[in-house]
Design a protein around this ligand. Structure first.
Ligand SMILES: NC(=O)C1=CN([C@@H]2O[C@H](COP(=O)(O)OP(=O)(O)OC[C@H]3O[C@@H](n4cnc5c(N)ncnc54)[C@H](OP(=O)(O)O)[C@@H]3O)[C@@H](O)[C@H]2O)[C@@H](O)CC1
Ligand SMILES: Nc1ncnc2c1ncn2[C@@H]1O[C@H](COP(=O)(O)OP(=O)(O)O)[C@@H](O)[C@H]1O
Ligand SMILES: [K+]
Length: 503
């Protein structure tokens, strides 16, 4: 799903009104009635106090329509107008008049702290103060109102987006914004809903299709995309019945050191479970028996050294090489890695200590094969590209890095961002149960397994990240977040592939 900017959404708005021959007020009615249906579906005529805080722009207009429709359904609704300016949008004014025709319980005006209503944690609060029209940080009594709402501990539903959140920048900590329990957003999700610094303000997310101009949405270019099942499915390549294991490549997985051979078992299992035709694993000697015992399907090659990698002498022509998990950073290993990089032309996957070695020996960067996939977690990323001011600055630095070295960066996190060629693919599968030792090793194996089967590295990264999260979700459903261990993610790849096509 494409993720649009505020400017693009406003353009879509205007085009929709023109092409569908409707008024802006009708579009507002459409968005708000779809939202009301969602609220009604969930709260089912519950006897609760609904308090709606409306700004005086169109986000506030949405709030007024929602108030009217909820009152018509018999809900107990109180409306507060957050009167931050004397200007009002036309659709706000129109819906204000309509609301007054619906109820005798007229909206209360908030003009300063003295007007703040008492709030209880049993209230159901709807935040319709600011949407995509926010143009400066909240200050003075409006900031205090937001603090007051957040402090209520009530359930907060944000309309379109939490008030105070910007679409294109991150505010310093001292600025207030609504911390929503749930956000219902119109037409497309917003990039800030997925950034580590701002995602917590959004709560659970639902995106409503409000029928904005299809042609515009389809043709308009955007560099951010949300990857859900539909988008992942399109990348999948079915197997031909007339095929053999050679068609699915030979993956070479290199890494491990004394005490960390388990990472090799995880990565290798994941590559096999993802469908690589053949998998060879290169480990220090101490890993030989472990791998041969744990995984009879894998072939094992060993270094001369018992405990670490010192000379990666593999004499094969693998379809893809995956390097780094559990490898350590010994100087001999760095030299072995350098020789490997110099001798490799095909895109590689580099993870964990492979990334750390590059960070500590920047001269290795020049030998990175083009289109390689690098999979840092946040600490590894910081070592690689340096510190960043905020998440937007991080994305800018990541873009520069991917363009300079012509690589794909997979920024692992609760929403993993795959970045390449100026584009961002935000993953929408996965769960906190996956924050467990070795789940990154499994991801490396999955992406490697896909590249081995001739997926383009970028497609392999996007699909691999999605399948990894999907498998994690399937495991968590059966085992809980706490009991999920990373080997389960690899073992459940079968269920993940099946689920990709099940609705
Ligand atoms: N296609 C869609 O997506 C649809 C969108 N729709 C809805 O429209 C919403 C966008 O509405 P919008 O453009 O009127 O802007 P909105 O968010 O109400 O704020 C503007 C007001 O805020 C003010 N203001 C700004 N910052 C401020 C501050 N810090 N402190 C104080 N004031 C501040 C600013 O005042 P000014 O700068 O002029 O002084 C202006 O009055 C969108 O999010 C969605 O809910 C649906 O109805 C239909 C389909
Ligand atoms: N809260 C979360 N929600 C979704 N995915 C998560 C979450 N926490 C971690 N993950 C995923 O788990 C993996 C962790 O990788 P990493 O930190 O490298 O672990 P390790 O080094 O133990 O293998 C990443 O793919 C990340 O996206
Ligand atoms: K809002």
């Amino acid at each position: 799903m494409k993720i649009f900017s505020a400017e693009q959404l406003k353009k879509a708005d205007a085009l929709t009104i023109k092409n569908q021959n409707i008024t802006s007020e009708e579009l507002m009615e459409r968005a708000a009635s779809l939202t009301t249906e969602e609220i009604h579906k969930r709260i089912q005529n519950a006897e609760i106090d609904i308090k709606i805080f409306c700004g005086v722009g169109n986000n506030g207009g949405d709030g007024l329509v929602i108030a009217r429709l909820l009152i018509e359904k018999g809900y107990h609704v109180k409306v507060f107008v957050v009167n931050y300016t004397d200007k009002r949008s036309d659709d706000f004014l129109l819906n204000y008049e309509r609301l007054k025709e619906t109820t005798n319980d007229w909206p209360e005006y908030i003009k300063d702290e003295g007007d703040f209503p008492a709030l209880s944690q049993n209230d159901f609060i709807i935040d319709a103060i600011f949407g995509i029209g926010l143009n400066r940080p909240l200050e003075g009594w409006i900031a205090n109102l937001v603090k007051h709402i957040n402090n209520s501990k009530a359930f907060i539903l944000a309309i379109d987006m939490p008030s105070g959140l910007f679409l294109d920048r991150i505010l310093k900590k001292e600025y207030q914004l609504i911390s929503a329990s749930f956000t219902i957003s119109f037409q497309t999700p917003k990039l800030v809903f997925f950034l580590p610094q701002t995602m917590d303000y959004v709560g659970d997310l639902q995106v409503l299709d409000i029928g904005l101009d299809r042609e515009f949405l389809n043709s308009e270019k955007t560099n951010s995309n949300l990857i859900s099942k539909h988008e992942a499915r399109v990348l999948y390549k079915p197997r031909k019945s007339n095929s053999h294991k050679g068609d699915y490549g030979h993956a070479l997985i290199i890494g491990g050191s004394y005490g960390k051979i388990g990472s090799m078992v995880l990565t290798t299992t994941a590559a096999l479970r993802t469908g690589a035709g053949l998998v060879s694993t290169f480990v220090p000697k101490c890993g030989y028996t472990i791998l041969q015992t744990a995984l009879p399907e894998a072939m094992v090659i060993t270094d001369k050294n018992e405990e670490k990698l010192t000379n990666i002498d593999h004499s094969m022509d693998p379809s893809v090489i995956c390097f780094g998990m559990g490898a350590g950073k010994d100087q001999m290993t760095v030299q072995a890695f350098k020789k490997l990089l110099q001798a490799t032309e095909k895109p590689m996957l580099i993870d964990a200590d492979g990334l750390n070695m590059i960070s500590e020996n920047k001269e290795l960067l020049e030998f990175l094969p083009k289109k390689s996939v690098l999979t840092p977690h946040p600490k590894e990323l910081e070592r690689l590209i340096g510190e960043w001011e905020d998440d937007f600055d991080k994305l800018k630095k990541v873009e520069e890095f991917t363009k300079t070295y012509d690589v794909i960066l997979v920024l692992k996190g609760s929403h993993t961002f795959t970045c390449a060629e100026g584009n961002i693919y935000i993953n929408n599968s996965g769960n906190p149960g996956m924050a467990t030792a070795g789940s990154g090793d499994v991801l490396s194996g999955i992406i490697t397994g896909l590249i081995s089967q001739q997926y383009e590295p970028l497609a392999a990264a996007i699909l691999g990240v999605y399948l990894h999260g999907l498998s994690g979700d399937i495991v968590a459903e059966n085992k809980s977040y706490q009991a999920l261990i990373s080997g389960d993610i690899a073992e459940n790849m079968g269920a993940a592939f099946q689920s990709l096509f099940a609705d």
